[in-house]
Ligand binder design. Structure first.
Ligand code: AKG
Length: 293
């Protein structure tokens, strides 16, 4: 079995933003261990992280070794159905310095078990959201990243820090922001379980569906090209901007924007995905739906 390891840079880079897209290297566990042991690959200034490895057999082609890991996961001591919970678990295996940028998960709550190595979790309450500047681009249905590359510079966001050691269990309440980094010189491994809260999450799921719909509509070539060729889309603070002469190629959903038209489209999608806009849209959508019955 080979797992997709992100190869990140400890020194930070342009990819170290809210929507990091580190190169991926497929490695077996033996290759990963030997990389860490020899420090040849990666070099010391980089880190390796196999993150978000879903153990749900339906999420990826069935893998006998992942199935073996799944069989050994047992959350029943916490009252969860053994089989169901194991299928909903996710595996995280990283080398020294590996990390996950600041984000919150849109649904449910989270339980994390530290298997080996240690990790520092920095958590912020949902009330600090306005300080942490959520971004919705690229659109991803359940992980909402922060635009901040240095959240430590916002102490008023009330960070809570905890270090997980092997055998520790962490409960992450719904909508709490978190940033996670591996500590020390050895590898770390944790397993987590996102527990759905269907009643509380119903409104978020509707909002997310509408966001997805808007992103797809706005990113669909003819509609976006037509819309963005209108002169009023040119930035107000850039009156001399060259007119749009040819229909712009819209960015693929989930891609960062490049040229001016893509930036306008990106800003438009971002604005449309704003929580307040979505709340109004969800309410109006439900009313319209009821009226149409
Ligand atoms: O362990 C990590 O690096 C991140 C885990 C995480 O974001 C989560 O469990 O929601």
């Amino acid at each position: 079995m080979r797992l997709p390891f992100q190869v990140g840079s400890s020194a930070g880079s342009s990819a170290d933003g809210p929507e990091s897209s580190w190169p991926i290297q497929l490695l077996s566990m033996a290759e990963f261990s030997s990389c860490l042991a020899t420090q040849k690959c990666p070099k010391q200034s980089t880190w390796l992280y196999a993150s978000y490895i879903y153990l749900d057999p339906g999420a990826s082609p069935p893998d006998p070794q992942l199935a073996k890991i799944r069989e050994r996961i047992d959350w029943s001591g916490l009252g969860f159905d053994r089989g169901l919970a194991a299928c909903g678990s996710t595996l995280w295996v990283g080398g020294p310095g590996s990390k996950t940028n600041l984000h919150y998960d849109a649904y449910g709550y989270n339980i994390v078990f530290q298997v080996f190595g240690s990790k520092r979790w920095t958590l912020y309450p949902p009330e600090s959201s306005h300080l942490l500047r959520p971004t919705r681009l690229p659109f991803e249905e359940s992980t909402i990243f922060s635009r901040l590359s240095a959240p430590a510079s916002v102490p008023e966001a009330q960070p809570h820090s905890v270090t997980l050691e092997p055998g520790d269990l962490l409960y992450v309440p719904r909508h709490w922001w978190h940033r996670v980094e591996s500590l020390g010189d050895s590898a770390s491994c944790s397993v987590n379980l996102w527990v759905p809260l269907p009643r509380q999450d119903a409104a978020s799921r509707l909002g997310e569906s509408l966001t997805g719909l808007m992103v797809r509509l706005l990113s669909s070539a003819p509609a976006a090209a037509q819309l963005l060729s209108e002169p009023h889309w040119r930035c107000r603070d850039d009156p001399d901007a060259a007119p749009v002469t040819s229909p712009p190629a819209p960015p693929a959903p989930g891609r960062s924007a490049g040229g001016p038209e893509e930036r306008i489209l990106a800003a438009l999608v971002d604005a449309a995905c704003d929580a307040e806009v979505l709340e109004v849209l969800s309410d109006k959508f439900m009313l319209a739906l009821q009226a149409s019955r």
